[in-house]
Design a protein. Structure first.
Length: 197
């Protein structure tokens, strides 16, 4: 009587059909354990990896010299142009030049602090590894320290140029000013110069 609701008397997972065992059974696919485990924020869900219950360390901020060069390589001319279109006032130009100088100073301080901390940490490792007689490791650490000293030397050079408004700092300010003036010229062109009378 209950077989009435079954279609074509197909076996369901090895169930007996009409009192006989089904000959064709299909095993269910195995489901991996990782599907049921919620990943911890900030950590990749890596199969077969064994983690502790502690949260992963926060990622380090990248305050290397690349951050400074990324700031210097930004297109300050187009920013000046866009700012002029938003607020075509010479006081706005002077304020934005001061903002650029302050942003450059903050970036220099971040990068300089990063390298000073890195050099102090490297000095500690050099001292402790040299006590343990790890000659190759000490040489690698000294090479890293030498590279960091070279980078911090370049940072200090850019900082000196900024204090005297020359070099890279002057280039940023000139680029922004040129873009701002081009924006003012574009406003004049579109509002006044193209009119016919």
């Amino acid at each position: 009587m209950f077989n009435l609701f079954r279609r074509n008397d197909k076996p369901l997972n090895g169930e007996a059909v009409n009192g006989r065992n089904a000959t064709a059974t299909f095993p269910l696919p195995e489901i991996e354990e990782q599907i049921f485990i919620e990943p911890i924020a900030g950590r990749a869900n890596v199969p077969n990896a064994h983690f502790t219950d502690q949260a992963p360390p926060p990622p380090e901020k990248d305050y290397t010299i690349g951050l400074l060069y990324a700031f210097l390589d930004r297109n300050h001319e187009s920013k000046g142009y866009d700012d002029a279109l938003l607020n075509p006032d010479s006081s706005h130009l002077n304020q934005n030049l001061e903002v650029l100088k302050n942003e450059l100073a903050r970036t220099l301080n971040k990068v300089k602090t990063f390298y000073e901390d890195f050099i102090q940490e490297t000095d500690y490792h050099i001292l402790s590894r040299s006590r343990s007689g790890m000659v190759d490791t000490v040489e690698e650490l000294e090479m890293k320290k030498k590279i960091a000293l070279g980078h911090i030397g370049k940072v200090r050079e850019i900082e000196n140029h900024m204090a005297q408004n020359e070099g890279n700092c002057q280039g940023i300010l000139m680029s922004y000013t040129r873009g701002f003036k081009n924006g003012l010229a574009a406003i004049s062109h579109h509002q006044i110069l193209i009119r016919r009378f």
